[in-house]
Design a protein around this ligand. Structure first.
Ligand SMILES: NC(=O)c1ccc[n+]([C@@H]2O[C@H](COP(=O)([O-])OP(=O)(O)OC[C@H]3O[C@@H](n4cnc5c(N)ncnc54)[C@H](OP(=O)(O)O)[C@@H]3O)[C@@H](O)[C@H]2O)c1
Length: 241
C-alpha cells in the first residue's frame, strides 16, 4: 500500500513547487519595528533585544521626550517619538501599553496604524491578595479587542510570556524561550515568527488564530505564580517542535 507521503507523481505531470515548511520564514531584517509604550519594562526590553539583533527600532510614549530619553539609554540606534509618530514610522508596531490603556491608545492611533502589522503583547490581568488572575475582555482577549478597534490593520499577538527583567539585562546574551504567535493571516504570523527568531535563543511558533489568544494571554497569571514560588523569570518551551 502506498502512503500519501510516498505517492509517486505520475509521469508527464507538471513538477510540483517545493513545499514551504513551517520554518521557511521571511527575511524581516529591513523592517522598522515600533514599540508603543516603549518606555515601560516590556517595551524597552523588547526594543533593546531587537535593536541589539540589528533591527531598526523606534519606541513610543505619550510624551516624546520620555521616549527620547529612554531611547538614548538603550543605544543601538533606537529612536524615540510620541506614540503617534512611532506608529507612523513602523512597518511592525508592537503594542506594549498596560491593559488599562490598551483600548484608548489603539482607538486614538487608528489612522496611524492603518495597513500596519500590529503585534499585541498585552496580558489583561488583575491582582489581589491571592496573586495574579486573568481578566476576561468582552471581545475575548486583548488581541481581539485590538482587531475590533483596528479593522484596517493586520493584527497579530505575540511576546506575552517574556521576562522584562531578562530582556533588559545586558549581561544575558540569549533569551531561551519560545514565543507563541497568533493571527488569522499566515504571512503576517510568519513575519512575527521571523522577528522573534532574530533574538538569539528565541523561536516564534505559530500557536493559532486570534480567537485563541485569551488562553495565551491568561497563561501569564500562571507564569507569575511560577516566578513567585521559584524566584525565577520563567519562560516557555514548546516541545517536539
Ligand atoms: N513586564 C513584563 O514582563 C511583560 C511581559 C510580557 C507582556 N507584558 C505586557 O506588556 C505591556 C507593558 O508592560 P509593562 O510592564 O512594560 O507596562 P508599564 O510599565 O505599566 O507600561 C508601559 C508604558 O505604557 C505607558 N502607559 C502607562 N499607562 C498608560 C495608559 N493608561 N495609556 C497608555 N499608555 C500608558 C507608559 O509610558 P509613557 O508614560 O511614557 O507613555 C509606560 O511606560 C502590558 O500590557 C503587559 O501585560 C509585560
Amino acid at each position: 500500500m502506498t502512503s500519501i507521503d510516498s505517492a509517486q507523481q505520475p509521469a508527464g505531470s507538471p513538477a510540483k513547487a517545493p513545499v514551504k515548511g513551517p520554518w521557511d520564514l521571511p527575511d524581516v531584517s529591513g523592517l522598522i519595528v515600533s514599540v508603543l509604550g516603549g518606555t515601560g519594562p516590556q517595551g524597552k526590553g523588547l526594543a533593546y533585544r531587537l535593536a541589539r539583533a540589528g533591527q531598526k527600532v523606534i519606541i513610543g510614549s505619550r510624551a516624546a521626550e520620555r521616549a527620547q530619553a529612554a531611547a538614548e539609554e538603550l543605544e543601538y540606534g533606537v529612536e524615540g517619538a510620541d506614540n503617534a509618530g512611532c506608529a507612523r514610522r513602523g512597518d511592525i508596531v508592537i503594542v506594549a501599553v498596560p491593559w488599562e490603556g490598551h483600548g484608548t491608545t489603539l482607538e486614538s492611533l487608528r489612522e496611524e496604524l492603518t495597513g500596519k502589522l500590529v503585534v499585541d503583547c498585552v496580558n489583561p490581568l488583575g491582582f489581589d491578595k491571592q496573586g495574579a488572575y486573568a481578566l476576561k475582555p468582552k471581545e475575548g482577549s486583548a488581541a481581539q479587542q485590538a482587531a475590533a478597534l483596528l479593522p484596517d490593520s493586520r493584527v497579530t499577538a505575540a511576546f506575552h510570556h517574556l521576562s522584562a527583567v531578562l530582556l533588559q539585562d545586558p549581561e544575558i546574551d540569549g533569551i531561551n524561550t519560545d514565543v507563541m504567535v497568533l493571527g488569522d493571516v499566515r504571512s503576517d504570523v510568519e513575519i512575527v515568527q521571523a522577528l522573534a527568531g532574530r533574538i538569539p535563543g528565541m523561536r516564534g511558533i505559530f500557536a493559532g488564530r486570534l480567537r485563541n489568544a485569551h488562553q495565551v494571554e491568561s497563561l501569564v497569571a500562571n507564569l507569575i505564580s511560577v516566578n513567585r514560588r521559584y524566584k525565577a523569570h520563567a519562560g516557555l518551551r514548546v516541545t517536539d517542535v
